[in-house]
Design a protein around this ligand. Structure first.
Ligand SMILES: Cc1cc2nc3c(=O)[nH]c(=O)nc-3n(C[C@H](O)[C@H](O)[C@H](O)COP(=O)(O)OP(=O)(O)OC[C@H]3O[C@@H](n4cnc5c(N)ncnc54)[C@H](O)[C@@H]3O)c2cc1C
Length: 502
């Protein structure tokens, strides 16, 4: 039967759209180029030498999906709070554990505690104000401030969204450069092609502080069974509503007639007609598929904002748990473990800036910023019978296209610096450079957010492309890249406005 809507791509956003469109009574077919569903939201078994160990190969934490969207979808994704959620080790006895308690051995001063409390309080207010904007059509930054943000924080919001993460953090008078670096790297630089002084990194920081899941207390959470649980549960719901998913079905182009999109053509030559086509692939793939039919002004707008990815993810199978020199109390392995340049106190921010200068010069940074994860300690269901641990090194910035050579060994030697002997625990690895992310997950340029999160609100890809019958609903749209689902929701609303439900 001819579908009403064809969705290109089965990432979480496409699946969210599929559920809402199918529930409204439309016939929906999803077409996925890969052999598996989920896009960058998958649980896989990527280790040939440890074949039963499971891993979230792409995204690994769920934080930003609005709880009201989950309720609307009637999907309850099982998440686990990480407490502590941050662990900042050094090579000496100093460390920081940040969770429901702040356990600190020589990192915070009293001024840092006050600064941290003030910043968290302000972010909680911004989070609360901005939340409804994520499930609506975007306006400009100023319109968003006017419509959603309390008057006392409007200018702060505009400055944050347009400005740099370091300028925002400076406002709170932290004394420790290391703390500033930790917040700047993990929330400001994550996934983007930008350095800590660049405009728009403030928007990425705000996005990463939009965690509102119940019980999260503003933190990112671990999904039981890995991130594939998200896509599996969404796909199950979609199918239960009569939706059809076809994998190994790459869309090669769009069919048009008199300036209206009438369907898609697969690379096998098969044609599928539809009243509407939704690109849940990245916007640059959609622009490519539409060819000359795509509206020229929007194409120029999007191409001017196109960046390649800078994320390196080294997925690791470990035979045991590392032992940190700083010897933190309790269970720290569920947290984001921040391995930062200058962690022993020597010029962390100057070294962070040098890291980014090297990436801009096309070099692998001598002193990379690393987030280290070990999720089997919190979710043992990922483990194999031998008890291997699922772990990963998430490196914020490497140049696109660079040869890694022995760089993974260098990253492991940095782990050894904080936790001697770690490299000897590595049973296998599965490394994804930006090019690897491009080919493994099918994202143009390997950019994990599709469009840099320095680009915000109505500067991102619109839900309606301006070409009749063609819509977009992926991470490259408002509100942002990450596992959120709001773009899928908003794109479905745009289609339902134009294509009344049966
Ligand atoms: C290594 C890595 C780590 C990340 N970590 C996190 C994290 O911890 N938390 C978080 O929230 N976010 C994280 N992200 C970002 C997040 O995963 C993405 O922003 C998000 O998954 C994008 O979802 P999407 O549904 O919009 O698109 P995608 O997941 O990119 O899905 C698009 C789908 O379209 C398909 N497709 C493309 N072209 C075609 C075509 N021509 N025909 C048919 N199908 C096509 C692709 O194969 C893909 O399956 C990470 C991403 C990566 C890669």
């Amino acid at each position: 039967m001819t579908p009403d809507v064809v969705i290109i791509g089965t990432g979480h956003n496409g699946l969210v759209s599929g559920i809402l469109l199918a529930r409204a009574g439309l016939r929906v077919t999803m077409l996925e180029a890969a052999t598996v569903i989920g896009g960058a939201t998958r649980t896989e078994r990527p280790f040939p030498r440890v074949p039963e160990l499971q891993q979230s190969t792409g995204s690994y934490l769920l934080g930003l999906m609005p709880p009201e969207l989950m309720r609307l979808l009637e999907v309850e994704i099982p998440v686990v709070r990480r407490d502590p959620h941050y662990f900042l080790p050094t090579s000496t006895s100093r460390y920081l554990l940040r969770g429901s308690q702040r356990i600190d051995n020589g990192i915070y001063s009293d001024a840092d505690r006050r600064a941290d409390d003030a910043m968290q309080a302000e972010l909680a207010q911004l989070r609360e104000d901005l939340a409804p904007a994520w499930l609506a059509n975007p306006g400009s930054v100023e319109e968003t401030a006017e419509r959603y943000i309390r008057p006392s924080l409007r200018q702060t919001f505009v400055d944050l969204v347009r400005g740099s993460v370091l300028d925002y953090l400076k406002r709170f008078d932290f004394e420790s450069e290391l703390l500033i670096s930790m917040y700047a790297v993990t929330d400001g630089l994550s996934g983007i092609n930008a350095g800590p002084d660049d405009p728009g990194t403030g928007h990425n920081f705000l996005v990463h502080n939009m965690c509102r899941l119940p019980g999260a207390d503003g933190t990112w959470m671990i999904t039981r069974g890995g991130m594939g649980t998200v896509s599996r549960m969404l796909a199950d719901k979609f199918r239960s509503l009569g939706g059809v998913i076809r994998t190994s079905a790459r869309v090669a182009g769009l069919s048009t007639s008199d300036g209206v999109v009438t369907g898609v053509v697969l690379d096998s030559g098969e044609e599928i007609d539809a009243k509407a086509v939704l690109g849940a692939c990245d916007p640059y793939e959609l622009i490519r598929l539409a060819g000359d039919a795509f509206p020229a002004p929007l194409r120029s707008h999007m191409l001017a904002r196109q960046r390649t990815g800078t994320t390196l993810k080294v997925n690791l199978a470990l035979s045991g748990l590392p032992r940190f020199t700083c010897d933190p109390p309790g269970q720290v392995f569920g947290s984001t473990i921040h391995l930062l340049p200058g962690s022993d106190g020597d010029q962390p921010l100057a070294r962070l800036r040098r890291m980014w200068a090297q990436v801009q010069a096309g070099e692998l940074p001598d002193e990379p910023t690393i987030e280290w994860y070990l999720h089997t300690t919190v979710d043992p269901s990922l483990s194999d019978a031998a008890g291997h641990h699922s772990s990963a090194l998430f490196v914020q910035s490497v140049p696109y296209g660079v040869e890694l050579g022995s760089y993974v060994d260098k990253l492991l030697s940095i782990c050894d610096y904080y936790a001697p002997g770690t490299s000897s625990l590595v049973a296998d690895s599965f490394t994804l450079t930006p090019q690897g992310i491009e080919s493994h997950f099918g994202i143009t340029g390997g950019h994990i957010h599709h469009v840099d999160n320095t680009v915000s609100f109505n500067d991102r890809m619109p839900y309606f492309t301006g070409l009749a019958g063609l819509y977009a609903g992926s991470a490259g749209c408002h509100p942002a890249g990450s596992v959120i689902g709001a773009a899928g929701h908003n794109a479905a609303q745009a289609i339902l406005q134009d294509l009344p439900a049966h």
